[in-house]
Design a protein around this ligand. Structure first.
Ligand code: SAM
Length: 217
């Protein structure tokens, strides 16, 4: 995996970690930029339901702990374990205590970028991918993550979801899903404009909740 951390990614990580992390009534800011809002809790609940709804006892991996909003939505779904990978130590210090309190299962936080992960093959049931790649690397990182982490780490019939702004799946992402999963779907979710916080930074209140399922041998 270390090969995935080239100079552009190492530089991005250095800059990311140098940004002060703060949480206010609206969400999590890294430096001046909000990266996650409490207003996204309904959206994250849809991701959680798509990934493990109706499947008690799932081992769940999240890439990008962020504000812990997705993690909190797992609580009523009774996961067996929750692991997050998050490279910003201050984010972990701020958010991990709340997640550990709220989740009724063992919680592991790996304070690393996902590119440093060394997961056992077929060891998780569900993966949520919601990270902040360097500018210009979003699709390339997504492809690497699916090929080199998600597909090997998922158990047969395990599920993969990811943050998706906007209401149309990009061709690049659809191609990756088509290539690596026998089936996937995506449902639309909209956060009404009157519920968007004043500091809203994302391009739209429209989202997709994709869910891809690994094959069963
Ligand atoms: C949008 S936030 C995640 C929000 C989270 N899903 C939630 O529900 O609160 C993105 C997070 O990804 C983290 N991140 C950035 N680069 C990463 C990497 N290479 N591996 C894992 N996480 C990364 C950021 O520090 C940030 O906390």
């Amino acid at each position: 995996m270390a090969a995935l951390l080239d100079e552009a990614h190492l530089c991005h990580l250095r800059e990311l970690r140098a940004r002060p992390a703060t949480i206010d009534d609206e969400g999590l800011r890294l430096g001046d930029t909000y990266v996650m809002f409490f207003a996204e809790s309904g959206l994250m609940a849809e991701h959680a339901a798509a990934l493990i709804g109706g499947r008690c006892g799932a081992d769940v991996l999240e890439v990008g702990l962020g504000l812990g909003v997705f993690a909190q939505q797992l609580a009523p779904l009774a996961p067996a374990s929750y692991t997050a990978v998050e490279p910003h130590p201050a984010v972990v210090n701020l958010v991990a205590p709340r997640v550990r309190t709220d989740l009724p299962c063992p919680v592991t936080i790996v304070v690393e970028p996902w590119q440093a992960l060394d997961l056992e093959s077929e060891s998780v049931d569900a993966i949520m991918y919601d990270t902040w790649p360097p500018d210009g690397y979003a699709d390339a990182d997504f492809t690497s993550f699916v090929e080199q982490v998600a597909v090997p780490a998922l158990r047969p019939a395990g599920r993969f979801s990811f943050f998706h702004s906007g209401s149309r799946m990009s061709e690049a992402r659809a191609r990756v899903l088509d290539e690596h999963f026998p089936g996937w779907s995506a449902t639309s979710v909209t956060i009404p404009s009157n519920r968007l916080p004043t500091g809203w930074t994302k391009p739209t209140g429209d989202f997709l909740v994709p869910c891809a399922q690994k094959g069963v041998r």
